[in-house]
Ligand binder design. Structure first.
Ligand SMILES: Cc1cc2nc3c(=O)[nH]c(=O)nc-3n(C[C@H](O)[C@H](O)[C@H](O)COP(=O)(O)OP(=O)(O)OC[C@H]3O[C@@H](n4cnc5c(N)ncnc54)[C@H](O)[C@@H]3O)c2cc1C
Length: 397
């Protein structure tokens, strides 16, 4: 007798949820994705996809489409906030593509989500838009989701519902997310309103005391993507992201003199409090698992949140597809064991970047900048090779 398809419900049509829906559909699961927004995401900013994430994009079968919308930076250039002086450079482009067998790309989140959504639709994933999905009950055989008037039973349920995951609050005994005393502002301005310097295909990181700014062009959208991060003692807002006043960034980033003309052009800006969960607990209970930011949000200082959600999706789909040898909860356990240490290492590396970028004391800064400068002058690829463990990674297939 042919084996019956398993069913899975996925809460959240973000990057993680959509990627998982495609991979599970390819493995012949019946998939329903629940998204509380009325439409697929129409908002967002730039996202950097590193080779480890691109290798999952390849598994999804959408690398060509993503490349069409994406920019490919040739290098990362780290500069000093006060005078724009180059501290160090890290080669990307062809050097990184050769080293890791995949590109480093920058893309607008809306384009990425659109490509993933279209692929999921093409493969026959079902979508329920416009209502909160609530996981009602979980046992070893199945999990139940209620959405509006309707109830849905699935062999497995995956909560990919972001950092403020309700599923997580209801079923997992985790503490509230911890504010990491860091905030990020995100803004975009038209590329044709800035000098040629800002249009170069590179990721610019300007570092100042207690703060840094990342800028890169999104060529196909003709936009300059700007992320501004700084230390902040208290995050009082309940939400994750708020609209902020452009004048706030002019004030907080006033030492970044060389970017002033760019910052002056910002008319709309959002502000995020950066959060993390303690990750010593399980990521699954019986037939329910967490994925992406609902499980392990991280500082964006290594540009890995979405890339790690993609890796999660590949790992989860790999273990869930190994039936009938494995039951659902055994598959979820293997997923957790496969992912946990890797994610903890990435979170730690992102926190380390926070301390490096935001150094405030003068001797410490001078020392760190000199070391970065010497590394680049003497061994141009040295800094890149320090991240081989991150970018060389191949998620299970
Ligand atoms: C400033 C900043 C810059 C960043 N830059 C990068 C970068 O360059 N590279 C990178 O890899 N990462 C980056 N990240 C991180 C990245 O954006 C996130 O890690 C990633 O988007 C998480 O994806 P996700 O699918 O887990 O969750 P989300 O994208 O948050 O998606 C969750 C989805 O679930 C839906 N949802 C929630 N609750 C329910 C419910 N009850 N019912 C139905 N739907 C629900 C939401 O509407 C949403 O669509 C950055 C983050 C920040 C803050």
């Amino acid at each position: 007798m042919p084996e019956e398809s398993l069913s899975a419900g996925i809460v959240g049509a973000g990057i993680g949820g959509l990627a998982l829906s495609i991979l599970l559909r390819k493995a012949d699961f019946d998939i329903t994705v629940f998204e509380r927004s009325k439409h697929i995401s129409e908002f967002g900013a730039g996202v950097q996809l590193s080779p480890n994430g691109i290798k999952v994009i390849r598994q999804l079968g959408v690398e060509k489409q993503i490349t069409k919308f994406a920019s490919c930076a040739e290098r990362i250039v780290i500069r000093k906030a006060e005078n724009n002086k180059v501290i160090s450079k890290i080669p990307l482009g062809r050097v990184a593509a050769k080293r890791y067998a995949a590109d480093f790309l920058q893309i607008h989140r809306v384009d990425l989500i659109d490509v993933l959504f279209n692929k999921a639709c093409e493969l026959g994933v079902n979508f329920q838009f416009g209502r909160e999905a609530i996981v009602k009950s979980v046992n070893k055989e199945s999990s139940l989701i209620s959405c509006g008037e309707n109830k849905f039973k699935f062999d497995a349920v995956i909560a990919a519902d972001g950092v403020h995951s309700t599923t997580r609050k209801t079923f997992f005994q985790f503490a509230k997310p911890r504010f990491l005393k860091q905030v990020a502002y995100r803004a975009m301005i038209p590329l044709d309103e800035v000098d040629a310097f800002w249009k170069k295909p590179e990721v610019k990181i300007l570092v100042g005391p207690g703060s840094h700014i990342v800028l890169y062009p999104l060529i196909s959208r003709s936009l300059l993507n700007i992320v501004l991060c700084c230390d902040e003692e208290v995050w009082s807002s309940d939400g994750w992201s708020n609209i902020a006043e452009p004048v706030e960034i002019l004030h907080r980033f006033k030492v970044f003199k060389s970017v002033k003309s760019v910052l002056n052009q910002i008319t709309e800006v959002h502000k995020w409090g950066l959060l993390e969960y303690e990750n010593k607990y399980n990521w699954y209970i019986q037939s329910l698992a967490l994925l992406g930011d609902s499980c392990h949000p991280m500082l964006p200082y290594l540009a890995q949140g979405a890339n790690q959600a993609l890796e999660d999706a590949a790992s989860l789909a790999h273990f869930l597809s190994r039936r009938p040898a494995l039951g659902v909860s055994e598959s979820l356990e293997l997923y957790y064991k496969n992912r946990r240490d890797r994610v903890l290492k990435v979170q730690k590396a992102a926190r380390r970047n926070a301390s490096l970028y935001h150094l405030s004391n003068r001797p410490g800064r001078l020392l760190a900048h000199t070391a970065l400068n010497l590394a680049w002058q003497w061994m141009p690829s040295y800094l890149l090779t320090q991240f081989d463990w991150l970018y060389n990674y191949e998620a299970p297939n």
